[in-house]
Design a protein around this ligand. Structure first.
Ligand SMILES: Nc1ncnc2c1ncn2[C@@H]1O[C@H](COP(=O)(O)OP(=O)(O)OP(=O)(O)O)[C@@H](O)[C@H]1O
Length: 313
């Protein structure tokens, strides 16, 4: 698990010992307010302006992170579980949170993304090693900075025993072996539950109701139940749900044509180009949508927009 990050942390700590922390931390990232501090209005602005079509997720994320970061003595770490089909913005939303906590954003040494298939590809053979590496990473990062953030991507593909092995870190413990994890943020990302979210969105669409009328209650409970009962979800009978360690289940809705257009426009802007509505619409029209007959939701969300854009420009 990311040995380079661990190495950099150790080297950093040693260097900080030689120089005065005041001078060292002016130039190098430290766990101090000039490097780590939450910008609530920044997060709201980013969720409103950059995360398209996700009014339910935006609202929950802002409330959850705002409440947690403004509490100087939380009783447990913040645990979010983001669910939705591919390309709906789960990684992107997590990055927006990081950008508004760390001065270095996703490049911060206190921000970690752990992907099931990349970091833990062979759980059958290496479960004990993975457990050990994971615990060490959590411990080292939180020792360096209590406001550390851990993203677990593709959690539906992660061995449930591996998830269960970190449950004490997500719980209400004052400290574990002298380290307190209460100020850390854990975010689980998965496609599990995506179908049930899409079905709810489709039901609203078929009933002629606006997307914006979909509320958390329409998605929340059925989502956590479907995760608990679905043996492919990675959460299957996992004590995370059993023990209510997940604070918020965050549903991401499938994206529509107009959101894909927005993504394409945003991507052109990010490349320093004048956004071209005609290019964005041509790209969006060529994507695959479901259900086949009605073509309401993009099958890949906004995921392939950046690579496809080269072809349309
Ligand atoms: N709702 C959204 N609003 C704005 N941009 C989005 C949105 N969803 C996706 N994107 C764009 O598409 C890219 C890929 O999305 P992202 O990686 O967040 O999807 P994901 O939901 O994590 O997918 P997967 O389940 O396949 O990992 C993002 O980097 C972002 O540029």
């Amino acid at each position: 698990v990311d040995p380079f990050t661990i190495g950099a942390g150790v080297a950093g700590t040693a260097a900080a010992g030689i120089f005065s922390p005041m001078i060292y931390c002016r130039f190098k990232e430290c766990c101090r307010p000039n490097w780590v501090s939450f910008k609530s209005t920044g997060l709201k602005k980013d969720l409103d302006n950059k995360l398209f079509g996700q009014h339910v997720a935006s609202r929950i994320i802002l409330k959850a992170v705002d409440g947690f970061m403004s509490n100087d003595n939380p009783k447990k770490p913040l645990v979010l579980s983001l669910h939705g089909s591919t390309g709906t913005g789960k990684n992107f939303a997590s990055q927006l949170i990081a950008e508004n906590i760390y001065e270095k954003g996703i490049k911060s040494n206190f921000f970690h993304v752990l992907s099931a298939t990349h970091h833990f590809p062979h759980p059958k053979q290496h479960l004990q090693t993975y457990k050990h590496q994971l615990k060490q990473l959590l411990r080292d990062s939180v020792t360096d900075c209590e406001r550390s953030m851990f993203i677990f991507d593709e959690v539906d593909k992660m061995d449930p025993q591996l998830i269960d092995s970190i449950k004490s870190y997500l719980d209400y413990y004052d400290n574990l072996d002298g380290v307190s994890y209460r100020k850390a943020i854990f975010i689980f990302l998965s496609n599990a539950g995506g179908d049930s979210i899409a079905q709810t969105a489709l039901d609203f669409w078929k009933a002629g109701q606006k997307r914006e009328e979909i509320g958390h209650n329409d998605l929340g409970t059925s989502l956590s139940l479907s995760l608990f009962n679905n043996k492919d979800s990675g959460f299957f009978h996992s004590s995370l749900i059993d023990k209510s360690l997940v604070d918020f289940f965050v549903p991401l809705l499938p994206l529509e044509y107009k959101h894909v257009v927005q993504c394409a426009m945003a991507e052109m802007k990010a490349r320093g180009r004048q956004p071209d509505q005609d290019v964005a619409e041509r790209l969006a029209k060529d994507l695959v949508y479901f259900p086949k007959s009605e073509r309401v939701f993009s099958s890949t969300g906004c995921k392939t927009v950046d690579t496809k854009l080269n072809f349309y420009l």
